[in-house]
Design a protein around this ligand. Structure first.
Ligand SMILES: NC(=O)c1ccc[n+]([C@@H]2O[C@H](COP(=O)([O-])OP(=O)(O)OC[C@H]3O[C@@H](n4cnc5c(N)ncnc54)[C@H](O)[C@@H]3O)[C@@H](O)[C@H]2O)c1
Ligand SMILES: [Zn+2]
Length: 374
C-alpha cells in the first residue's frame, strides 16, 4: 500500500493511500499515539456518516468508541460560527490538549477541522480521513486550514499539518460521479505542472479512472499526492514554488466568484481556468498548438463541464482580487510543456481578455460526455 511522506522544516507525516484502511483504523491510530489513549472525536457531516458509520467504526472496541460531532454539509457551513460551536461541543464533551480530532469528509470538513485543531486550546492534533477525490489528492495535505468570510473564501486560517492522513480509496465508491470528475481535474493540473507520466497515465486510463476503478484511482491519487508533497516540501508557506499549484486557479476562482460558488464545483471552474491559461500560454509562444490542444482534450475528456455564459470583462476584473496576487501584480502560472510551468507577472489586460474570450467561446457549448476526442 503506497505511503507518501510529507516533510517540511517543522514536521513530517505520512499519507497512506489504498483500499481497506478503515478496517484497521483503530490499530493505526494506536500506533500513532504510543503509550497514550487520547480521547477521539470524529468531525463529519450527517450524510457521510449515514453512508459510512458502520464501516468507519468496525475496528474500534466498545471501550474506545469515538465521539461524533457534526458539521452540516456544504461550503456554507465552513464559517467561524461552526468552529465556535464545535469548540463548545468539544469542551462540553471533555476534549483536552491530548485529544485527537479525526477529520472525516471532503475538503470542507478537512479545512474546518484542521483549523479547529489549530486553535482549540492553542493547538491539538488531528488526523485526516479524506472522503472525496479532491480531498484525497489535494486539500488533506499541505497544512492549509481555514474557513470562509461572507465575501471571500479561505480568508481566515492557519497552517496546521495533520498527524497523518488515511486516504481510503473505498470511500470514493459512494462519491457522486460529478464530484469524482471535478476532483480528477486537480490531478490533470498535477500532471501538467510537474508530472508528465501522470498526465500520460490519465490519457491512457481515462475510461477506468472515470469508471472509478480502484486500482487506477489509487495510481492517480498516489502520483498527485507525491507531486503536492514535493512542492510543499520545497515551499511550505507559498513563498514561490507552491504557487505552481495555482495553475488554472486565477481564472477558476474568478469563475467561482462570478457564479456565486453555486453553479460549478471547484474542479470544474479550475478546468475552464486551465483552458484559459493554455490560451494565454499559446499566444505567448510558451506552448505549441499541439500541446495546448492535448491538454484541453484531456480536460474535456474528464467532463462534461458545465456551460458558461459569462462576461469576459467581469471575469478579468475578478482575477484582480485573487489572494495569490502580491502588491497588485497578477500572477499567472502558465504551462511551457507538459510537466513544467512558468510564473508570469506581466500578462496584459488584452492578453488576459483574449484568453478568457477564447475559453468562453468553448464554454458556451461544451462537449457532452462521451463526445470528446480521446
Ligand atoms: N486546504 C487546501 O489546501 C485546499 C485545497 C483545495 C480545496 N480546499 C477546500 O476544499 C473544499 C472543497 O472540498 P470538496 O470538493 O471535497 O467538497 P466537500 O467537502 O463539500 O464535499 C463534496 C460533497 O461530497 C459529499 N461527500 C464527501 N465524501 C463523500 C463520500 N465518500 N460519498 C458520498 N458523498 C460524499 C459531501 O457531503 C459534499 O456534499 C473547499 O472548501 C476548498 O476551499 C482546500
Ligand atoms: Zn484547487
Amino acid at each position: 500500500m503506497p505511503i507518501v511522506p510529507v516533510k517540511t522544516s517543522n514536521t513530517r507525516y505520512d499519507v497512506h493511500i489504498g483500499s481497506g484502511l478503515l478496517r484497521t483504523l483503530h490499530l493505526r491510530l494506536r500506533k500513532l499515539t504510543p503509550g497514550k489513549t487520547p480521547k477521539l472525536f470524529i468531525i463529519t457531516s450527517p450524510e457521510i456518516w449515514g453512508l459510512w458509520a458502520q464501516r468507519f467504526l468496525v475496528s474500534f472496541p466498545a471501550s474506545r468508541q469515538p465521539i461524533v460531532l457534526f458539521l452540516p454539509r456544504g461550503e456554507a457551513a465552513k464559517r467561524l460560527s461552526s468552529v465556535e460551536r464545535l469548540a463548545d461541543e468539544l469542551h462540553r464533551c471533555g476534549a483536552d490538549r491530548d485529544s485527537l480530532l479525526l477529520a472525516f469528509g471532503g475538503g470542507v470538513v478537512g479545512d474546518l477541522t484542521g483549523f479547529l485543531a489549530a486553535i482549540y486550546m492553542r493547538g491539538i492534533q488531528y488526523v485526516g480521513i479524506p472522503s472525496t477525490f479532491l480531498a484525497q489528492v489535494d486539500s488533506s495535505l499541505g497544512g492549509k486550514t481555514g474557513v470562509n468570510l461572507a465575501h471571500g473564501k479561505n480568508l481566515i486560517g492557519s497552517f496546521h499539518h495533520p498527524l497523518t492522513v488515511f486516504s481510503d480509496s473505498d470511500l470514493l465508491q459512494t462519491l457522486p460521479p460529478r464530484e469524482l470528475r471535478a476532483g480528477l481535474q486537480e490531478s490533470i493540473k498535477a500532471g501538467v505542472i510537474r508530472d508528465p507520466k501522470l498526465f500520460s497515465l490519465m490519457e491512457r486510463d481515462a475510461e477506468s479512472a472515470l469508471a472509478a476503478d480502484p486500482k487506477t484511482l489509487e495510481k492517480v491519487i498516489t502520483a498527485s499526492v507525491r507531486m503536492k508533497a514535493e512542492v510543499v516540501r520545497l515551499d511550505e508557506r507559498e513563498g514561490g514554488l507552491r504557487m505552481v499549484l495555482n495553475y488554472g486557479h486565477t481564472v477558476g476562482h474568478a469563475i467561482e466568484a462570478a457564479t456565486h460558488y453555486r453553479k460549478l464545483l471547484h474542479g470544474e471552474a479550475v478546468a475552464w481556468g486551465m483552458i484559459a491559461a493554455n490560451r494565454i500560454a499559446l499566444h505567448r509562444g510558451l506552448i505549441t498548438e499541439k500541446i495546448s490542444s492535448r491538454i484541453d482534450s484531456l480536460i474535456l475528456r474528464y467532463g462534461p463541464l458545465p456551460a458558461l455564459r459569462l462576461n469576459a470583462e467581469t471575469l478579468a476584473a475578478l482575477t484582480a482580487g485573487d489572494k495569490k496576487n502580491r502588491s497588485g501584480v497578477r500572477r499567472f502560472i502558465l504551462p511551457n510543456k507538459i510537466g513544467s510551468t512558468k510564473t508570469v507577472t506581466d500578462v496584459s489586460e488584452t492578453e488576459l481578455l483574449r484568453g478568457i474570450c477564447e475559453m468562453l467561446a468553448m464554454a458556451k457549448n461544451p462537449p457532452q460526455a462521451g463526445s470528446t476526442a480521446k
